[in-house]
Design a protein around this ligand. Structure first.
Ligand code: 6PG
Length: 208
């Protein structure tokens, strides 16, 4: 899906975390030319780009360093500036932006991007990006797209794997939209939400 979008060109938003690494490697192998892509990240940790917790570094190692042609634009979130200045800069950069493909992960607590249950950033509707403390490890400040920005994507895809996500998957996608489960709120988007799960992560959805 990532390779096909890269081949078509357009705006792609990457997720952080550990799950997507293999997908990024496969996308680079299938489509080494990303010159038609405008690349974004949905959130970032407030660390330097070479820090092992950096979502940018994950994409550098598993995708960008493996491409023959780099994205025409890379909107790296400047986590090193901290949650306030970094979010302000991202908010400005997001003016007028549109997203053809938004890739998301799911935290075991139901968080999406860096919108954690009960966090003030989850409530922000008047800005495109926000910053603040993390609700789960790694406990470093975060910069994140806000919910309206996530919901504005033309195509929304979750990639979730592992038994430790099964409960969050059931809460996020198996029942009603729930304000205590940030990932479920993405389902209020105009675009349908596509969820790709391994069997372990789907274990509590009642799918046989
Ligand atoms: C981040 C991600 C976050 C991630 C989930 C799942 O910065 O951590 O953007 O939203 O997708 O925490 O992470 P794993 O794939 O590591 O389980």
């Amino acid at each position: 899906m990532l390779a096909a979008q890269a081949r078509r060109g357009g705006s792609i938003v990457l997720t952080g975390g550990s799950t997507p690494g293999k997908a990024y490697e496969q996308a680079a192998a299938l489509q080494p030319d990303w010159s038609g892509v405008e690349l974004w990240w949905g959130d970032e940790r407030c660390v330097p780009p070479e820090d092992e917790r950096s979502n940018y570094r994950l994409a550098r190692r598993t995708l960008l360093d493996r491409l023959d042609a780099a994205p025409r634009v890379e909107h790296r979130i400047e986590g090193e500036l901290g949650p306030d200045e970094g979010a302000r800069r991202l908010d400005e950069e997001l003016a007028g932006a549109a997203f053809d493909l938004l890739l998301l992960g799911l935290g075991p607590d139901g968080h999406v991007a860096s919108l954690f249950p009960g966090s003030p950033q989850l409530e922000v509707r008047d800005r495109r990006a926000a910053g603040g403390p993390a609700g789960l490890e790694p406990y470093v400040d975060r910069i994140t797209f806000t919910l309206p920005t996530l919901q504005a994507a033309r195509r929304i895809v979750f990639l979730v794997a592992g038994e430790q996500k099964a409960y969050a998957v059931a809460r996020a996608f198996g029942g009603e939209i729930d304000e205590h489960v940030p990932a479920s709120l993405v389902r209020a988007a105009a675009a349908p939400v596509e969820v790709f799960l391994d069997r372990a992560a789907s274990g509590r959805l009642g799918i046989r």
